[in-house]
Design a protein around this ligand. Structure first.
Ligand SMILES: [Zn+2]
Length: 311
């Protein structure tokens, strides 16, 4: 398989440096976008996913990235941080002997490129911010942490990518960052800000887990003799089914979604999902659900296609 993403990897320069592509965007008017005339008929269909860390693309959007690539949609992954505070070799945690943030970032970059290859992501863009760690960690307060990045400056850099790729559909986290991680919350903030200063994106979605899916997940795990993690039973991330806007069938690409996650096997939390094996994983992740947060198409709900109303 051609490593398409690897050929298109870009890094926009050190976070906050003012260099790179964000820097050339200083003339952008700060006003809200002008009148909307509907989706452009001749523009190539483009999906952009904005994620916080290397590996976030796999579980919540690996299916749509792979499926839409198969359909000829251009796919763009924006990863905001380098993931320095992920697990080191052998599951070593940040601050423990043997954990070197820069080495972790380098390893995770390689993993991310392999994941993009599995999903056939068309373009990978790294914003290059420093991982902030989980909420409450002392690293939250590091001056170079993404959590402390200036939202205006960061969103200006993302807006330049939106202008460049012109996605009709953008996916990022909800205002709670799906489960409260500071970098996920910051990814939400810069994405919403970038959409407000551009006039490009027709639809914004947040990945979601329908509440009804959680007991099914628990049952599936116990049917296969697996322990049900407490986080799943407590379901801090479930969304009432009535609030789910779109459920996309990704059954045909779950093997590649598994491969994408397997590329990130250095991260302990992924090992749990990988331990299910391909069949159970495929059964569990054959659909991806989303809340439609912004829409200019008027496509009726519920949807089965993130590009409904556009094509
Ligand atoms: Zn993350």
């Amino acid at each position: 398989m051609a490593v398409r993403a690897r050929e298109h990897v870009r890094c926009s320069g050190p976070a906050g440096s003012g260099e790179g592509r964000g820097g050339r965007d200083k003339a952008r008017p700060e006003s809200r976008p002008g009148p909307y005339d509907g989706p452009m008929a001749d523009a190539p269909l483009t999906l952009m996913c904005v994620h916080a860390h290397p590996d976030d693309e796999a579980i919540s959007t690996g299916g749509v990235l792979a499926r839409y690539a198969d359909e000829g949609v251009r796919t763009v992954l924006v990863t905001c941080t380098n993931g320095e505070l992920g697990d080191g070799p052998g599951g070593i945690k940040p601050g423990e002997p043997g954990h070197t943030p820069q080495a972790v970032a380098t390893a995770r970059r390689t993993e991310l490129e392999a994941s993009c290859s599995a999903l056939e992501v068309g373009s990978l863009e790294m914003l290059g911010y420093h991982d902030s760690g989980m909420m409450g960690w002392p690293q939250n307060d590091a001056p170079d942490a993404f959590w402390h990045a200036d939202v205006h400056a960061a969103s200006t850099r993302l807006a330049a990518l939106i202008e460049l790729y012109r996605p009709q559909v953008v996916v990022t986290y909800d205002e709670n960052g799906f489960y409260g991680h500071p970098d996920h919350i910051q990814a939400h903030r810069i994405t919403v800000a970038a959409l407000s200063t551009t006039n490009v994106v027709d639809k914004l979605y947040y990945p979601a887990v329908p509440l009804s899916a959680i007991p099914r997940l628990a049952q599936l795990l116990s049917d296969h003799g697996m322990e049900v993690p407490a986080e799943i039973e407590d379901a801090p991330f479930g969304t009432p089914d009535a609030q789910i806007s779109a459920v996309v069938d990704v059954a045909a690409v779950t093997a590649r979604k598994y491969d994408s996650l397997a590329a990130h096997a250095s991260q302990a939390e992924n090992i749990f999902f990988l331990s299910m094996g391909r069949d159970v994983f495929g059964d569990l992740f054959k659909e991806e659900a989303f809340v439609r947060a912004q829409d200019r198409t008027g496509a009726p709900l519920p949807e089965t296609d993130l590009f409904a109303g556009i094509r």
